[in-house]
Design a protein around this ligand. Structure first.
Ligand code: AMP
Length: 493
């Protein structure tokens, strides 16, 4: 979601975020509690604000606030949110937009009970959409806000007799969806139905789950459905993973079950899941493209060891996301794996601190050395990615100060060189070290004895899914759909 304090911000300040979305349609189930559990599991996708909308069939109640899921809701608020249908959202943004107004779900009071919307991703034609909705710069606070407004207008513009129709939201969506571009995994609801939509590139994940119960006839029946950004949220909510939504798919869930539609032109459908979901963003126990993320990260480490071997005493991972790749690295090259860093569990995000000094301080607060495993040893330190180089520079110094003999940094992805337009928080190109410094000079820059990056083809090999099914724009500058003007981006439309 893009915070628009003015349209210029779109290109200049590059507000980025990636959120978690959740939805449940399950009569007889405490849906607010289930949504809480789902959002809690998706907290890694957003810790700035959390919210949910719940319907009892007559009224939609929306409850949202700034902060972690556990700070926003308590037993009392959950108890007041009674119904059989809910959506939830947890939000992760970076600059300028940390306000209650941008917390989601967004709600619009049209039709009998209104509708609510939760969005993960980043739209790339917000400016055009805002113009179409008659919203001037300053009149909207996020791309999701513009989307909700467009939908509300399309809903309202239906004839009077259609406004109360069971299909009014569906019709409004079919009118608006073809117009929107970029990354959007959406959950929506009116008073009676839950809707899930994945953009034609499937840039952000979204999956479907179900509740099953044994009936009096002894047979198992489906008693409810769920939608979630990532599959572990389904498991935690006590449901079973069914499948990922297809890129460009819309599912409508109501008392007649799940109906599926493909509302976008066939020519727009081009599966391009963000490869960074595999590298860093998704939970290790998530299923993406039918693969468990942890296994893919371990294989990244194995191939990294094959590509950039090193003679050392100990392999260690940068907690948390570097750990599976470190295990794979150690296993492949037969060097012992050990813990060399302790992560403070109570730390917030270090990535968005404003200055290099503040970021380096945050890394020191987040990670501390285990001296016993470090002193006098040659170390391989495996992290998932290299962006500004803050983490690795601070780590190399910390490990040397703790007595390491050698520090060899290995990364389980190629270095970032390009901006992301689809919702991953990547700083401006000026700050991306590898956009300006040749790879063979990076070791010197961060003070390491050597540096090695997994190549893109080996990354794809490790994941085990055909390379053409990913967006790797942040690594290559080639994007799967039109992106806002950016002088150096090579957009492929
Ligand atoms: P840097 O320190 O700037 O090189 O960034 C790389 C480190 O930040 C790695 O340890 C990653 O796990 C982490 N990281 C990379 N991208 C992001 C992101 N978008 N949000 C939060 N952390 C990130």
């Amino acid at each position: 979601m893009l915070s628009a304090l003015g349209l210029g911000m779109w290109q200049n300040e590059r507000v980025k975020e990636s959120c978690g979305v959740f939805g449940v349609y399950a009569p007889g189930v405490p849906v607010a509690q289930v949504t809480y559990d789902g959002l809690f599991t998706l907290q890694h996708r957003g810790q700035e604000s959390a919210g949910m909308a719940v319907s009892d069939g007559e009224t939609i109640m929306v409850y949202k606030d700034m902060g972690l899921v556990s700070n926003v809701f308590d037993e009392h608020s959950l108890a007041t949110l009674q119904g059989f249908l809910a959506i939830g959202h947890t939000r992760y943004s970076t600059t300028g937009s940390s306000t209650w107004k941008n917390a989601q779900p967004a709600y619009r009071p049209v039709g009998p009970a209104g509708f609510a919307l939760g969005h993960n991703g980043n739209l790339t034609n917000t400016e055009r959409l805002a113009e179409k909705a008659g919203m001037l710069p300053g009149m909207f606070t996020s791309d999701s806000d513009v989307l909700a407004e467009l939908l509300a207008q399309a809903y309202q513009n239906q004839g009077d007799s259609d406004l109360n129709s069971a299909h009014a939201l569906e019709k409004a969506l079919l009118e608006v969806l073809p117009e929107i571009e970029g990354a959007f995994s959406l959950v929506l609801m009116d008073a009676f139905r839950l809707i899930g939509i994945r953009d034609p590139n499937g840039l952000r994940p979204l999956c479907l789950g179900e509740y099953r119960e044994f009936g009096p006839d002894g047979a198992e029946h489906v008693t409810g459905w769920l939608l979630a950004s990532e599959s572990p949220a389904l498991t935690v909510a006590g449901a079973k993973f069914v499948r990922e939504l297809e890129p460009g798919e819309m599912v409508i869930i109501d008392d007649s079950g799940v109906r599926t539609f493909m509302p976008f032109e066939a020519s727009r459908i081009k599966p391009s899941l963000c490869i960074f979901e595999f590298v860093y963003f998704a939970r290790p126990d998530s299923i993406l493209y039918n693969k468990e993320v942890h296994g893919a990260r371990r294989r990244m480490g194995e191939l990294l060891a094959k590509q950039h071997p090193v003679d050392a005493d100990l392999v260690m991972g940068v907690p948390d996301s570097g750990v599976p790749a470190a295990e794979g690295f150690a296993r492949f090259c037969g060097i012992p794996y050990g813990q060399g860093l302790v992560k403070n569990r109570y730390i917030g995000r270090t990535f968005i601190d404003p200055t290099p000094e503040a970021r380096a301080r945050s890394v020191r607060r987040k990670l501390s050395p285990l001296t016993e495993n470090i002193t006098g040893k040659s170390l391989v330190v495996v992290d998932d990615s290299f962006v500004r180089g803050t983490t690795s520079r601070a780590l190399v110094k910390m490990l040397r100060d703790a007595g390491a003999k050698e520090v060899h940094m290995r990364f389980s992805s190629p270095p970032f060189k390009w901006p992301c337009f689809y919702g991953i928080d990547i700083p401006s190109r000026d700050e991306l070290v590898a956009a300006h410094v040749p790879v063979d000079e990076i070791a010197q820059l961060i003070g390491a004895d050597s540096v090695g990056f997994l190549s893109l083809d080996q990354l794809v090999e490790a994941i085990g899914v055909e390379g053409g099914r990913f967006c790797n724009g942040c690594l290559t500058g080639v994007y799967p759909s039109a992106v806002p003007d950016f002088e150096e981006a090579k957009a492929i439309v």
